[in-house]
Write a protein that binds this ligand. Structure first.
Ligand SMILES: Cc1ncc(C[n+]2csc(CCOP(=O)(O)OP(=O)(O)O)c2C)c(N)n1
Ligand code: SF4
Ligand SMILES: [Mg+2]
Length: 346
């Protein structure tokens, strides 16, 4: 009789299916589906309890993805461009949760740019994935703020406006973990997602994610073909938790190890680019240079150890607010009277 093999389990003893979500209603072949697959895999491999994740999005095809991963997590598909403030609030209320924000290029860099900018300044400790297809997919393929100059729509109109580069913007604003990946490079994306979850501050991953319906034609600069041809990985990488063994051989002496607060490491070995992600100025130079050369650099583009986060700025304390009783969070009658008196005196 054939043996029935049981599914592999993660460090919590859970099978992958505990981390899956609903069936995707996105177009077949959409890059966003590949991102979803890697999020499921990354959270499972990192052994994070599904109910300890807050997954928050805005509006767009990409923002629908919260329904397709981690069905047992806390999810909120918010308003267009508003995932950042909702994530900020959620993590301040419950600092024990892992935050995964998924948003589109339109959602994050047009209507939501102000919130994106301030989430970076506040260093809200979450993973922020921009599923970047260079168009507004949900509203039928208009150019977005990340569309390249010269990229043409199916019907022929050409984008003349300069794009916003989310990685350069995030580095300039002081984000300490900035990466670019490609939905078609699952191995790299998963390693970056796992490192981002371990980082301890805001980690931004701009993930190029072709839209097969509106931006995958010959004259698009964001088609699967165009991105595959132009993408240049700056590192070979391997994410290793304290309890795991490395899965990738990296030449000793030439590799670099970034260590995160939970003891996990990201092992990096620079490709022929010789890329070192530790200098803001050099990373910005490299990104600007790559645009001139028509190349898309992928990998961890900038890293420094996580600095003070939003919770530190407001002196939130170690215990999540959500777990404190009313006796701690509600001011006493006397305290309220003293505050009111101050206002009246002013
Ligand atoms: C306040 C508001 N303005 C405009 C819209 C229309 N709208 C919905 S999604 C979207 C853009 C989606 O593009 P993107 O964020 O790049 O996601 P994609 O669909 O490409 O994944 C727009 C303009 C809206 N829903 N709400
Ligand atoms: S329209 Fe584009 S972005 Fe939206 S689901 Fe289809 S392929 Fe994906
Ligand atoms: Mg888009």
């Amino acid at each position: 009789m054939a043996e029935i093999s049981s599914p592999p389990l993660n460090s919590l003893g859970l099978p992958l299916k505990e981390y899956q979500g609903g069936k995707s209603t996105l177009c077949e072949g959409c890059g966003h589906n590949m991102i979803t697959t890697q999020i499921v895999q990354a959270v499972w491999e990192s052994g994070i309890e599904p109910h300890m994740v807050a997954k928050i999005s805005g509006i767009g095809c990409s923002s629908k993805a919260t329904a397709y991963f981690l069905g047992k997590s806390w999810g909120f598909n918010t308003l267009h461009g508003r995932a950042a403030p909702v994530m900020t609030g959620a993590l301040l209320a419950n600092s024990g949760l892992h935050g995964i924000l998924i948003s589109g290029d339109g959602d994050s860099l047009s209507i939501g740019t102000n919130h994106f900018v301030h989430m970076v300044r506040r260093n809200v400790p979450a993973v922020y994935v921009i599923a970047d297809n260079g168009v507004y997919g949900l509203t039928k393929g208009q150019f977005s703020a990340t569309s390249d100059i010269g990229s043409a729509l199916k019907r022929g109109s050409v984008n003349e406006l300069p794009p916003i580069d989310p990685c350069a913007l995030a580095i300039e604003l002081g984000c300490g973990f900035v990466a670019r990946s490609y939905a078609g490079n699952g191995k790299q994306l998963k390693a970056l997602l796992r490192a981002a979850m371990a980082y301890g501050g805001l980690a931004i991953i701009d993930c190029l994610s072709p839209c097969v319906t509106f931006n995958n034609h010959e004259t698009s600069t964001r088609s699967y073909r165009a991105v595959s041809e132009r993408a240049l990985s700056v590192h070979d990488m391997d994410f290793v938790m304290a309890s795991e063994s490395p899965t990738v051989e990296l030449a000793p002496g030439e590799s670099q190890e970034l260590t995160f607060p939970d003891g996990s490491t990201l092992r990096l070995k620079a490709t022929e680019t010789g890329f070192d992600p530790s200098s803001r100025a050099r990373s910005l130079d490299a990104i600007h240079d790559s645009v001139e050369k028509g190349v898309i650099l992928t990998g961890l583009l900038y890293h420094r150890p996580a600095a003070a986060t939003a919770a530190d700025f407001i002196d939130l304390g170690a215990d999540p607010l959500v777990g404190l009783g009313a006796e701690t969070t509600r001011p006493s009658r006397e305290a309220l009277a003293a505050i009111n008196k101050e206002f009246l005196a002013g």
